[in-house]
Write a protein that binds this ligand. Sequence first.
Ligand SMILES: [Zn+2]
Length: 71
Amino acid sequence: MKELIHCLYCQTENKIDENSHRQKKSQTCSQCGMPLPKHHPNSRRYRTKVFIGAFICICLFCAIMVIYLPR
Ligand SMILES: [Zn+2]
């Protein structure tokens, strides 16, 4: 699976292989040669992680409120 990551320096889109994440080689931009961030705010993986975290927090809040509030 390939993922598009925007370079922080020149905003060029770079295609990143999922397999290359496991290797410890640092990814560099094809345009300017600067290292690409591992957890870019625009990356699909990061957004999924943020969504799951927010979802769990909201579920816990709802569960606490169901128990805490009077009927
Ligand atoms: Zn770049």
